[in-house]
Every structure is written in structure tokens, then in C-alpha cells.
Design a protein around this ligand. Structure first.
Ligand code: DQA
Length: 148
């Protein structure tokens, strides 16, 4: 099965960016952990980060053509702003899990609203880098249940 992991703006700075909120694990390290899990399960994984909304939207469009079966997405600040990214996910209809490293409900009020949560399979927030691995685990299980 093909799974796409998308990361929004400023997540390239993980490791040094506000470690109190986002921890010290870098995006490369997260990617390695995910690839370690994927390789033992025969999953094909693509991990992408962009600071540009249109790059993430294009990646979602491409995912549909490439037969991606599940998306794990941390939209970062676009969580709270991007109707366009929401519409892209609705357009392709690929199931997805929304991940946030920090607990968005324990921070500024504007972070409590997400344009994605109501259309996500599930949401993981506040468990740090482990959230990605938990999401991948859940995605894998769901795909095993739904594929013939
Ligand atoms: C974030 C939470 C967002 O509010 C923030 O804009 C981010 C990262 C998280 O992973 O906790 O950039 O998505």
C-alpha cells in the first residue's frame, strides 16, 4: 500500500523550532522512524514537507493519480487557515489522519479550530513525534481491514 506523509510550513525546522512545543526530534528523524516501520510492513511511503500551500495541494492531486491509499498530514499553520488544502483532500477523497506534535487545544485559542478535523479519519494532537508513528500504525491497520 502507498501512504503519503505531508508536512506544512516551518516543520522543516523541527528539532530547533520552539522545542517546548514541538520537541527536539527533527523531521529527518521522524521520517527515519516512519520508514523503519513501513519497511517491516511492506508499505511504500513518501514523506514531503513544504512551506508553500500550492506544493502541498499539488502533492495531494498527484497522490490520487499515483494510487496513494492513505494520507497522514500535519498541515501546521495551514490547519487554521487553509480552505484550499481542505478542498484538495475532499476532491481526491483519500482518507487521512491529521497529526499535530503539540496539543493545539492547550495553546492560543486560534489553534483550536482546524479546517481538517471534521473530515479526517482521526486526529492526533499533543503526543509529539510519536503521533506520526501512531498515525502510521492506525493507517496500516485500517488499510489491512479495507483491502480485499
Ligand atoms: C502544529 C500546530 C500548529 O498550530 C502550528 O501552526 C504548527 C505545528 C503542530 O504540529 O503542533 O506549525 O501543527
Amino acid at each position: 500500500a502507498k501512504i503519503l506523509v505531508l508536512n506544512g510550513p516551518n516543520l522543516n525546522l523541527l528539532g530547533s523550532r520552539e522545542p517546548g512545543h514541538y520537541g527536539q526530534t527533527t523531521l529527518d528523524e521522524i521520517q527515519q522512524q516512519l520508514e523503519g516501520f513501513a519497511s517491516t510492513r511492506g508499505l511504500s511511503l513518501e514523506v514531503l514537507q513544504s512551506n508553500a500551500e500550492h506544493v502541498l495541494i499539488d502533492a495531494i492531486h498527484r497522490a490520487a493519480l499515483d494510487g496513494v491509499e492513505f494520507i497522514i498530514i500535519n498541515p501546521a499553520a495551514f490547519t487554521h487557515t487553509s480552505v484550499a488544502l481542505r478542498d484538495a483532500l475532499l476532491a481526491v477523497g483519500i482518507p487521512f489522519i491529521e497529526v499535530h506534535l503539540s496539543n493545539v487545544h492547550a495553546r492560543e485559542p486560534f489553534r483550536a479550530h482546524s479546517h481538517f478535523s471534521d473530515i479526517a479519519v482521526g486526529v492526533i494532537s499533543g503526543l509529539g513525534a510519536e503521533g506520526y508513528l501512531l498515525a502510521l500504525r492506525a493507517a496500516t491497520r485500517r488499510l489491512a481491514l479495507t483491502s480485499p
